[in-house]
Design a protein. Structure first.
Length: 250
């Protein structure tokens, strides 16, 4: 079993940080050259394949070894404050609740409030001017439909990979290491998987979100709610008025 765990970590260190970065640079060149009007959809398909392959590997381990679904977070959420301590646990839970409220505020407000919608569009337009990940965002109606599947895939698979299974693997391989170090390692691996998005938005910001999600997973001992939140965060990225954003980023 241990050899599979090390192979998994090696995969996380190589595939997304290196191959994913190279593939994204190629994708950007193709988009800029306008070589293929379906380039984003093709890239989305590659993203989903790259996430489902390691996920299916994990599920195969569950099917054919002693690894169980419970050990990778498929349980009903229950609060456990012992691993991180009561104070830190409830502070992090509070931060998690605030994060959920913010995400839902943006999604619901975008749908029903013209003012919130305008504010979100303006903020996104400013971010897209300097964002390395701007080319990945969907533009056409078809791309936005496929992006829904990307969001769902990321919500499910990345929580299995980077929270449920990775944290189990790190605890198994380094049983004497502090749980806070485990959170740090898991969040860094999650961050470097997004190297293609740039240092700040990709590695640093994603690592911080990964640290929060990892801590919440340890506290509630379940990835189910995190899957839903992860999907909503990625879904939020596609909410825009494309004409306005194009005008503001031109």
């Amino acid at each position: 079993m241990e050899v599979y765990f090390w192979a998994f970590i090696l995969f996380l260190l190589i595939y997304e940080p290196i191959y994913g970065y190279i593939d994204f640079q190629k994708f950007k060149r193709n988009i800029k050259a306008g070589e293929n009007g379906n380039e984003r959809v093709k890239y989305y398909v590659r993203i989903m394949i790259g996430l489902w392959v390691p996920t299916l590997f994990i599920l195969a381990l569950v099917a054919f070894t002693d690894l169980s679904f419970k050990q990778i977070g498929f349980t009903m959420p229950t609060i456990h404050t012992d691993p991180l301590g009561p104070l830190a646990s409830y502070l992090l839970l509070g931060l998690g609740v605030l994060y959920v409220i913010l995400v839902m505020y943006c999604i619901i407000g975008f749908k029903f409030s013209p003012k919130i919608r305008k504010d979100i569009i303006n903020k996104k337009a400013e971010e897209l001017k300097t964002s390395a990940a701007a080319p990945i965002l969907p533009v056409s109606l078809n791309e936005k439909k496929v992006w829904n599947y990307v969001s769902l895939t990321a919500g499910v698979t990345e929580e299995i990979i980077y929270r449920g299974f990775l944290i189990f693997v790190l605890v198994f391989l380094f049983p004497q290491v502090s749980i806070w170090v485990i959170i740090l390692l898991a969040s860094l691996l999650f961050g470097v998987a997004h190297t293609y998005q740039g240092l700040w938005q990709g590695v640093i910001r994603t690592s911080l979100v990964g640290a929060l999600f990892s801590a919440l997973y340890i506290i509630i001992d379940s990835i189910i709610l995190l899957m839903i939140l992860h999907f909503l965060v990625d879904y939020l990225a596609k909410l825009d008025d494309e004409n306005d954003i194009k005008a503001k980023t031109a």
